[in-house]
Design a protein around this ligand. Sequence first.
Ligand code: ZN
Length: 270
Amino acid sequence: MERTYLDQCLKDGLTVRWPDSAMPIRVYVAPFRWYEKSKQNESYAYNQMVFDAFELWSKVSEGRVRFQQVAQLDGSQIDVSWRRVDRKSLGHCQYLVNQQSLLYSAEIKIGISDGLVHGQYNDMDEVKHTILHEIAHALGLIGHSDAGDDIMYVPHQYGVINISQRDIDTLKTLYKLPPAFDYLAVGRKFKLKEPFTLHQVLDHLEGRSEAAGKKIDFIPPPPPENPAVLQSQHDILSHMGKFHLATQNIKVDPALKKMFIAKKHSPPPH
Ligand SMILES: [Zn+2]
């Protein structure tokens, strides 16, 4: 099994996440209320569970994702609301991604059991599982894990009520990489033997692969600037260009061509 399940979270081959400039992400949580008076305390607990879940994801990301609670739907970026759970799913997350593969809006719906369907789901810990799971979708873990211990595994595993180390590693890797990370392009740039996986590219970048030897920056730094070298390269190129124009009968603007020919035959200066 791979160290993360980030390869399950790609859209058109690219990673999907919020830009760093979006932090803190503005979150609106709709108030949750049972109609029965006897359940008022539970209402508070459900709302608190959502705030705790955001806090937990922020903490395990080591601050790479951060949130700010807002009091109004207007101006929020992630909205959380409640609904009666149905047989199809316990929770739901709908997210919007722009053309740069950046998240800019997400809507989470958390299912609450009325005791009629999903009997086991009456346990608040299981609702916590759903909250943690749906928030992770909203952060860019848009796919699902292949390990039952992970919060992002489907179907919902009863008794799994916390984020696993693999969940943490997947989110941290996502936010450590530049947005819209294109592992195919990067792997080809480093001439990895095809076909290669996202994890083979990550191993190479982070110096874990045999071939890599030492840690490589994601984007190799440009060579140090040397004005004299740059100028001479520029001169060589422009000379080559002139040479080309003068010797080849290529498609040159007729006026320009005339000028060159005229120059050639012009009498030496006085
Ligand atoms: Zn899911």
